[in-house]
Design a protein around this ligand. Structure first.
Ligand code: ZN
Length: 446
């Protein structure tokens, strides 16, 4: 049993001074005075904050970073990005995937991420045939997360088609499986090896029956259910053409919207969509750094929260790995849209209130979305946290009142000195991971 004694501890949504975090067997045993017999570890000049969560990640896309920031068509919405993504997806071997994902997960850990929801859609070999073990690639990614020390939930993706009345796209042949039954068999086998969630890719890529059957099985098994929802306008238009309704309302009609459902992106939502998500108490996973990178649009976090929906954040394309950047952009995008400040501070929560609220979205919100629970360092929750240097120039001079506002709006990654998962500090072995990562990148791009 260890009692960590920092200057400040953010636990249960409150900043507490001179309070110990007592850790045993990977869990928070208590918060308060160090108990008799505990090994007391003084952490002067440090704050302990809950671990951050990337609830929506495609780790292999780390390989296309820097290769998509140019125009390849007169009007470039998605083209350059998708071209680079397919080029990587078509050529990765299981070993490449492991090396790239591991490097990405290490970078996540350095950014204070302790848990990741890996929305993984590469399943088959380069010719489109299943591997001898149909979960070969899923397991390579899960192993990479475990090697890096992160908690992982493998959100195994079901992908049936390019879209409504669209011909199959040969560049997606590694994504596609034969039926919802085949998908569910593979997911069941995977669930015996790693924590999983069910993830019908989207209303575009899955017909209604797939979504209905997979959602029903996810609810029966207690798995989280994740789907891309209304990321781009074209997806909403396709849904209208096929179903006469928007993706969120199709999900509601299919019985797929519940508290354990996470709608990823939720950028182009109507007032009715927002009401449906709120009624279900579903989560919307915003990925603001990716959404602005891709030019998707702005998540109406204010309207979603007011309707009763929950929020979390995801790193998605891995263009940047900083959940705090995601949390602050959630607010900043609304400021630009509405020409107002502190838009999400509807409760007028005082100096540190908005910071604490946004931080909880990036920590507790993600743990809830992944079905893991915790994320607030309350007794009984996983001991996943970051150690922050209060003298880092980006936040130096802060006190207990403004700590969380500093943490979300100003803190640089240099302030994050350690990342702990399951009650132990992670050793971030970038040197060990670099040769494999470099070799994989050379095979992809020369
Ligand atoms: Zn995504």
């Amino acid at each position: 049993m260890r009692a960590l004694l920092p200057d400040f501890l953010f636990s249960g949504g409150h900043v507490q001074a001179a309070t110990a975090l007592v850790v045993r067997d990977g869990e928070v045993l208590g918060v308060g005075k160090p108990p008799e017999g505990a090994e007391v570890i003084p952490m002067r000049g440090r704050a302990l904050l809950p671990g951050l969560v990337a609830a929506h990640s495609h780790a292999f896309q780390r390989a296309i970073r820097g290769r998509t920031e140019h125009r390849s068509h007169a009007r470039d919405d998605f083209w350059s990005w998708r071209e680079a993504m397919y080029a990587a997806a078509e050529r990765l071997t299981p070993d490449d995937l492991h090396a790239i994902s591991k490097f990405c997960f290490l970078e996540m850990a350095r950014a204070g991420i302790t848990a990741v929801g890996e929305f993984h859609y590469l399943h088959r070999d380069a010719s489109g045939k299943p591997y001898a073990n149909p979960n070969e690639l899923d397991l390579a990614v899960a192993r990479a997360a475990q090697d890096a020390g992160l908690r992982v939930v493998l959100l195994r993706v079901a992908y049936a088609r390019s879209g409504f009345r669209l011909p199959q796209n040969p560049r997606q042949k590694r994504f596609i499986e034969g039926s919802a039954d085949e998908y569910l068999q593979n997911l069941d086998a995977l669930s015996r090896q790693v924590p999983v969630g069910a993830a019908p890719h989207s209303v575009r890529a899955c017909p209604a029956e797939w979504i209905r059957d997979i959602a029903a099985e996810a609810f029966r098994r207690g798995w989280p259910l994740h789907l891309h929802v209304s990321e781009q306008r074209a997806e909403v238009e396709q849904s209208q053409a096929e179903h006469g309704a928007t993706p969120a309302l199709v999900l509601e009609r299919l019985g797929a919207l519940r508290e354990s459902t996470t709608a990823v992106h939720g950028v182009h939502l109507t007032a009715q969509d927002i009401a449906a998500l709120g009624r279900a108490r579903a989560t919307v996973c915003a990925c603001p750094t990716t959404e602005r990178n891709l030019g998707d649009g702005v998540v109406r976090a204010d309207l979603l929260l007011a309707a009763g929906a929950r929020l979390c954040v995801g790193s998605d394309s891995e263009a940047q790995l900083s959940p705090l950047e995601d949390a602050r952009q959630l607010e900043y995008h609304l400021r630009l849209l509405q020409e107002q400040r502190a838009v999400l501070d509807a409760e007028q929560g005082g100096v540190g209130g908005l910071g604490a609220k946004l931080y909880a979205i990036a920590s507790e919100g993600g743990m809830r979305s992944l079905g893991l629970g915790g994320g607030a360092l309350r007794p009984g929750e996983p001991a996943d946290f970051i150690v922050v240097d209060l003298d880092d120039p980006s936040i130096a001079g802060c006190n207990g009142d403004d700590l969380m506002a500093n943490a979300v709006f100003s803190m640089e990654r240099t302030a994050i000195r350690e990342t702990w998962v399951n009650g132990e500090p992670l050793r971030l072995d970038f040197e060990g991971a670099l040769p494999g990562f470099r070799a994989a990148m050379r095979r992809l791009w020369g």
